[in-house]
Ligand binder design. Structure first.
Ligand code: UD1
Length: 427
């Protein structure tokens, strides 16, 4: 298994190109199931999760073709075509590796009239149920059966009628599944308490480009008139706000200066406000964001919550940064239980963090020391990378496959701006 080796203490400086958003890619790719015409996605990040999603779609009968991307380019163009859906089962061995596989449920049900997806099971960041996905599809007229670890959704013979979905809590994935099912329903669907994440907006815009009729995009009420069919489209995946936020933290924690090329400030208001409160200089430019450390970092009080509030996917990276701030910080995780797996690893590097229920109290220390640490999930791994970049001495981050799921060419991007970082393989 590969490791990432870092010699810390180098301030980063330069320009980092932000890749296409992983979480947008994983909801745009299943849109291909909604039409027999080609869907071309530009700026698709080169990530393990995108490859896995491609393989899953291939199993369902979707052809995927990657166009002439040179190895040195970031991103790629993929054309997906579901001329005919040849299978309607997403098997356990794919779903267990990638929870986002559940996002084939809605579109496959809408187009093929049935869909069977393995239950995702437990996950490193707590128990993540899919009840909201299922209730939404039921509210739109699907019949749901659970058997032998699989969920089977079936539409009436005449197709899904559509309906009124009221989410009791905000779920990104459940909103995405409901929207993708609704665009091919026979009638109108209203989704209340919809997630408003920028990735949902990206999904809706892509669907509109494919001929869908959606009102209220970007609000908590989406009103969708189902269409008989959608057509093909070409769509550009939005920039990754979590990758951009992670590099912003890298500039701050190493007392450096990075220009995040392509990052969109409107998608990152809470992240940028958090950085500014911590004393980091932020400059919004037309096509980039400049992030510059300004002497010492201040402690912060932050709670994760659905967009537009501070994202749970940035909690671990902020925690690493605040481990070196002056004074105490309190981070409260309201989205996922058990999302503090990075805390014991950061403690091995000298961080002073105490978890009390859903909150973590971080008392800033003057320095962190390099250590051998273990990545436990995607964003936790990035927290460890950030700590390693700032630490004195050498850090080895084990189980790098977590990072490969969500950060396109991480070592390459970081070394280009001055980090002493390399990938080591066990051979
Ligand atoms: C998506 C993102 C993930 C991010 C998360 C929250 C993708 C591929 N992943 O995950 O990176 O951390 O949003 O911003 O886009 N819940 C239920 N029942 C359900 C579904 C969710 O109780 O059926 C709960 C979850 O356990 C969690 C909360 O709702 O506590 C929010 O989860 P959700 O927004 O659904 O996260 P994902 O879509 O899985």
């Amino acid at each position: 298994m590969d490791k990432i080796f870092i010699r810390g203490g180098k301030p980063l400086s330069g320009r980092v190109t932000i890749s296409g958003a992983k979480n947008a890619a994983l909801t745009l790719m299943p849109c291909a199931l909604l039409t027999d015409e080609p869907l071309t996605l530009r700026n698709l990040p080169r990530l393990a999760d995108v490859d896995s999603f491609g393989h899953l779609l291939n199993q369902l009968g979707v052809s995927t073709m990657v166009e002439g991307a040179r190895p040195e380019d970031f991103g790629r163009v993929m054309t997906l075509r579901a001329g005919k859906i040849t299978a309607t089962v997403a098997p356990y061995d794919i779903v267990r590796k990638m929870r986002a596989s559940i996002l084939v449920l809605g579109p496959m049900l809408a187009r093929a009239g049935e869909a069977t997806v393995s239950l995702p099971g437990g996950c490193a960041i707590g128990n993540r149920p899919i009840d909201l996905h299922l209730k939404a599809l039921e509210a739109m007229g699907a019949e749901i059966e659970l058997a032998s670890g699989y969920v089977k959704a079936t539409a009436p013979k005449s197709g899904l009628p559509g309906g009124h979905v009221v989410f009791p809590l905000v779920s990104v994935g459940a909103t995405e599944n409901a929207v993708m099912a609704a665009v091919l329903a026979r009638g109108e669907t209203i989704i209340d308490n919809a997630a408003r994440e920028p990735e949902i907006i990206d999904l809706c815009r892509c669907l509109v480009a494919m001929g869908a009729k959606i009102e209220g995009i970007g609000t908590e009420r989406l009103v969708i008139q189902g269409r008989d069919r959608l057509h093909g489209a070409t769509y550009q995946v939005m920039p990754d706000r979590i990758e951009a936020g992670s590099y912003a933290c890298a500039a701050a924690i190493t007392h450096g200066e990075l220009e995040l090329v392509g990052a969109r400030h409107g998608d990152m208001t809470a992240i940028l406000a958090g950085l500014a409160d911590a004393g980091v200089h932020i400059e919004e430019r037309p096509d980039s964001i400049l992030v510059k450390a300004n002497g010492t970092l201040n402690g912060l009080t932050l709670s994760t919550a659905p967009f537009p509030a501070f994202p749970t996917d940035m909690q671990a990276q902020f925690m690493a940064m605040l481990a070196l701030a002056e004074g105490a910080s309190v981070l409260t995780e309201t989205i996922f239980e058990n999302r503090y797996m990075h805390v014991p690893e950061l403690a091995r590097m000298g961080a002073d963090i105490q978890v009390r229920g859903r909150s973590a109290v971080v008392r800033g220390v003057p320095k962190l020391n390099g250590a051998e640490v273990m990545a436990t999930d995607l964003r936790a791994s990035m927290g460890l990378i950030l700590a390693g970049l700032a630490a004195e001495g050498e850090t080895r981050v084990h189980r790098v496959y977590h990072l490969d799921r969500g950060y396109e060419r991480l070592e390459e991007k970081l070394s280009a701006v001055g980090a002493d970082i390399e990938r080591q393989s066990d051979g």
